[in-house]
Design a protein around this ligand. Sequence first.
Ligand SMILES: O=P(O)(O)OC[C@H]1O[C@](O)(CO)[C@@H](O)[C@@H]1O
Length: 543
Amino acid sequence: MSQTGLLYPDDSSIKHLHAKLTKAAQEINTPDHHLRRLLDRPGRFSDFSLGIDGFFMDFSRQRLDENALSLLHESQTLSNALKKFSEMTQGQIVNPTENRAALHTAARGTGPSPLLFKEMDVKAQMQQVNKKIEQFCLSVHEGKISSACGKPFTQAVVIGIGGSYLGCEFVYQALAGADRKMDLLFLPNVDIDNFARVIESIDKESTLWIVISKSYTTTETMANLNQVSTWLTNQGISPEDHMVTITAKGSPGDDPDTPVLASFHMFDFIGGRYSVSSAVGGLPLSLALGYDVFKRFLDGCRLMDTHVLESPAEKNIALTAALISIWNTLYMEYPAQAIIPYASRLARLSPHVQQLYMESLGKSVSPEGQPLTRPAGTIIFGEPGTNAQHSFFQLAHQGNAFPVDFIGIKAPGYTGIQALSKGVTNHQELWANLLAQAGALALGRSSDDPARNFDGNRPSTIITIDNLEPESVGMLLSFYEARTVLEGFILGVNPFDQFGVELGKVMAGDIRKEMAAKNQNPSYMFACASKTDNFYLDLLFRK
Ligand SMILES: O=P(O)(O)OC[C@H]1O[C@](O)(CO)[C@@H](O)[C@@H]1O
């Protein structure tokens, strides 16, 4: 299949489509295409919304019309994005720069059975890992596996960074309503105060440490592992008696002689930012909430996977969202995108999607190494509503506009007594604000006082899920994964490599060597390549 993408430089059909999309954007930027006018069109809401059981997406307040949407679908056709997505779930090499497949979908059972990859039955291997997780967690919960101090494990701390914790933290917080079997804490940052906060919050005698690192070389994670091990030993606890690892087969951490309570494999064909449905999420979430909850989360992921694989393009929710993202970034030229869940339990969704999207699409060359016509991707940020209204929505309404994904939950987790204030419950108040914000951004309100004038015409999508049960959270996670991957395929980038994170690591290594020399020899004179760095090291080490 010939490779192409919306950002490919030399494809004449792409150039022609790009010109049509650019013209369509110019039309949308005319007064008779203000959202006030678009929203008045007959059938606007029904034609610009899509849904499946448990997941509804209303994009009627996005600044596009039938013409623009139809042209955007042409970009999907030209790039064969949906076909490529399907091939991805079957184990084809979709990460050519690392010669890898991307089989995060197989971790929840999506794709053919058996799913053979390099003579390995991938699904069978993953089911084996999940079986091991289920059995280990049951033993911990039943006290058959307990701490070296003879106590049951009641808390677990994930030592991991990036995709080795962000997705897990998002899902753990989202599922806060589930019966908690253990508390889960996270130690991602090498900042010693992150460690300090964690040890203040745990009982060391009943805490299990979960080291998660696909490479087992990430400096921060290895430094935290060393810090925790040193602290435990100093506290009279043998680290290996309170530790499990999750790492790739053959990584430095995958040493059968490493004495830990248990070790679980992750696979090199699952990238960190796509790994929460693998053991990376499976073990911590099953320890905290029970394996059945994790299994229900996987069921939700698979439901959305199936929709993306089986629905026709014009009914495809994740594809449509990917096309809208491309439209807003490339043609409407918005500077960023916000994810604003009107649910405090989804507070960690945008940090997870930040890595998922920006580490996947923040590229400037095609998988074949061709410079793209412009760098891909945009900035993702977000906070829960209604908090965001009292933080940065001033700019959303009257400043440099940006599109918003509003996420609403039909039924909150809390089912206790609910007071009425101004005649409504708090959950209803939450929804009143969500709907009002989307409306105000779209419609605005004219005023003779310029400071009080709202020009509106500011785009948003409203995503509604039934609740914060595991299945709903799984659908939401898979939706953003699929939206990211499809956008990458359509643009013509490899969504699965991340060489951009390497230079900083190398330069930190050079500075680290200078610091280590000083620690060895206090009279050492810093000799960083950069005089600025020498200034800061002198400052840092000055007594
Ligand atoms: O799981 P590892 O190998 O420690 O990597 C942690 C994170 O660091 C990154 O590799 C970026 O440096 C992410 O892609 C990854 O999720």
